[in-house]
Structure formats: structure tokens, C-alpha cells
Design a protein around this ligand. Structure first.
Ligand SMILES: *[C@@H]1O[C@H](CO)[C@@H](O)[C@H](O)[C@H]1NC(C)=O
Ligand SMILES: *[C@@H]1O[C@H](CO)[C@@H](O)[C@H](O)[C@H]1NC(C)=O
Ligand SMILES: *[C@@H]1O[C@H](CO)[C@@H](O)[C@H](O)[C@H]1NC(C)=O
Ligand SMILES: *[C@@H]1O[C@H](CO)[C@@H](O)[C@H](O)[C@H]1NC(C)=O
Ligand SMILES: *[C@@H]1O[C@H](CO)[C@@H](O)[C@H](O)[C@H]1NC(C)=O
Length: 241
């Protein structure tokens, strides 16, 4: 326990010291040996309990770990904080069926490693893992003054803030808002093609909630998220029409 705490403290200290230079330099140090532990990165980040729960519940976590191990392009995760999830309109997550929950999770995953600097020159829209055979659910990245980079799903725009990790093959950036998508209203499927979300068949077991997090237990908080997405989507669609 104590050593765990020390490691955590050292890690945080290291991050604090390295973060500023990480923005200007591309690759800091050689990566640690062995497989990258996504759960560990998010747990140590300290404010990604709800993201972890979503990734775990949708089994996207397993998918990502496998992919990370097998990809030579690397991968990037945009990690909404607990605050981001808590600020969603009530019921947002709860109103998504499992397939759309998977899609929501995958919208935050880019099947390629991007440094912060890469984002300033990337050509939009950037493909996410959420794109099924219907075409892409892409994200737009725009560089602002300084080294600021914003990401937009078309519905939600937010600033990309500190990297939890920025080292090939895996980058994780914290974001203050959950990126919502517009094209998939939680309506019954009328189109002929089924999205190919491989993890979509995941049995949704309520017991899967909670898990590692000591602070929040049970599915209570997840249950509280939900309802507003429909509204956002409707409003977004009306804005388009
Ligand atoms: C990954 O990290 C988590 C949290 O630190 C830990 O519980 C888990 O055992 C680790 N998994 C592997 C494969 O090392
Ligand atoms: C990663 O992939 C290698 C082969 O490419 C395999 O031997 C290894 O067991 C995999 N590790 C994990 C954690 O999946
Ligand atoms: C980035 O997004 C924030 C809102 O999160 C907004 O205030 C800011 O103007 C945006 N910056 C750019 C360069 O678009
Ligand atoms: C990205 O930008 C393009 C061009 O400005 C626009 O047509 C598209 O709708 C935007 N997509 C998102 C997800 O914001
Ligand atoms: C993920 O779910 C499993 C059960 O499916 C549970 O044992 C595990 O603790 C959960 N992990 C996290 C990080 O929530």
C-alpha cells in the first residue's frame, strides 16, 4: 500500500515536471517495457472513475488493450474527467442502448498515436474508432493561440488539456467534456447496415460497475447520467435543418 502510494506520488511529480516540456518536444523518453496498462494510467490519473466504468462496462477496455498490443500505428485516447461525465445532462448515458454506449466510448479513441503537436497539423476530420461501416464519426481538431488544441465532435467542443501520457505508441489526453455524437439518435435502427461495434454484444451486467474505485460504489452515479442526450440531439438536428 505504502509503496503504491510512493509510486503514485513519484509518477505525479514526474508528470508535473515533464508536462510543460512534453508540449514542445515530441517524444520524451523510451517507453517502459512490457504492455501498457490503460487501467493503471487512468487510475493513477485520479479523476477517470466514470470513464473507466464506461470502458469496462462496454468491454471497450479489453478491446483497447488488445489493440494497443497489436497496433503499429499506436493509439490515442481522449479521456473525459469525472466532472465531464457528471456535467452531462441527467440521464444521458442511461438513455443510450449498449451499442450506442460502445459508440460513445469509441468516439474518444483514435486508432493512431497523436502527439499534441500532431493535432495542430492533422487534417480534419480525424477518424475515430466509432466509425462503423456507415462512414465515420470523426472529430475535428483546431489549433488556437499558444499550444491550445480544441476538439469537436460537431455537437460538443472542448479544449484538450494535459496529457496523462504522451509517448508512442499511446497518448492519453484529459478533456473536460464528454464528446457526444449527433448522427446516432437512440432510435430503433431503420438503416440496413448494422454498426460493427465488436464489443456491442457485451452482456451488460450491473455488477460490472464499481470495480476498482474506492470512492464511488455501485452503479448509482452512472444511473444518474442520462436523459439529456436526446435533447441535445434533437436540438442539434433542428439546428441543421
Ligand atoms: C493494470 O493496472 C491495474 C490498476 O493498477 C491493476 O489492477 C491490473 O492488475 C493491471 N493489469 C495488468 C495486466 O498488469
Ligand atoms: C501482446 O502481443 C504479443 C504478440 O504480438 C503476445 O505474445 C502477448 O501475449 C500480448 N500481450 C498481451 C498483454 O496481450
Ligand atoms: C476552444 O474551446 C473553448 C471552449 O471549450 C472555447 O472557449 C475556445 O474559444 C476554443 N478555442 C478555439 C481556438 O476554437
Ligand atoms: C469538421 O469540419 C468540417 C469542415 O469544416 C465540417 O464539414 C464537419 O462537419 C466537421 N465535423 C465535425 C465532427 O465537427
Ligand atoms: C470491470 O468489470 C469487472 C466485472 O466485469 C470487474 O471485476 C472489474 O473490477 C471492473 N473494473 C473496473 C476498473 O471497473
Amino acid at each position: 500500500m505504502a509503496s503504491h502510494f510512493i509510486v503514485l506520488t513519484l509518477t505525479l511529480t514526474t508528470i508535473l515536471f515533464l508536462a510543460p516540456s512534453a508540449f514542445s518536444q515530441s517524444a520524451p523518453a523510451p517507453g517502459p517495457a512490457g504492455p501498457i496498462n490503460l487501467t493503471d494510467i487512468l487510475v493513477k490519473g485520479g479523476q477517470y472513475t466514470l470513464l473507466l466504468r464506461l470502458l469496462n462496462e462496454t468491454q471497450v477496455l479489453i478491446q483497447l488493450n488488445n489493440q494497443l498490443n497489436n497496433s503499429n500505428q499506436g493509439m490515442t485516447l481522449l479521456a473525459p474527467t469525472d466532472n465531464a461525465f457528471n456535467n452531462l445532462p441527467a440521464g444521458t448515458l442511461n438513455n443510450l442502448n449498449n451499442e450506442n454506449k460502445v459508440k460513445l466510448a469509441l468516439l474518444h479513441v483514435l486508432p493512431k498515436y497523436y502527439s499534441m503537436e500532431d493535432f495542430t497539423t492533422v487534417s480534419n476530420p480525424v477518424q475515430t474508432q466509432a466509425g462503423g461501416n456507415k462512414g465515420s464519426l470523426g472529430l475535428n481538431f483546431t489549433a488556437g493561440p499558444g499550444n491550445q488544441v480544441n476538439v469537436s465532435s460537431g455537437v460538443v467542443e472542448t479544449r484538450i488539456s494535459n496529457p496523462l501520457r504522451q509517448q508512442f505508441p499511446f497518448a492519453v489526453y484529459s478533456i473536460d467534456k464528454v464528446l457526444l455524437f449527433a448522427s446516432e439518435a437512440p432510435a430503433p435502427e431503420s438503416s440496413s447496415t448494422k454498426p460493427d461495434g465488436k464489443a456491442a454484444k457485451a452482456p451488460s451486467s450491473p455488477a460490472a460497475d464499481g470495480g476498482d474505485s474506492p470512492s464511488t460504489n455501485g452503479g448509482g452515479r452512472t444511473m444518474d447520467l442520462g436523459v439529456g442526450l436526446v435533447g441535445s440531439i434533437v436540438m442539434f438536428c433542428m439546428a441543421i435543418l
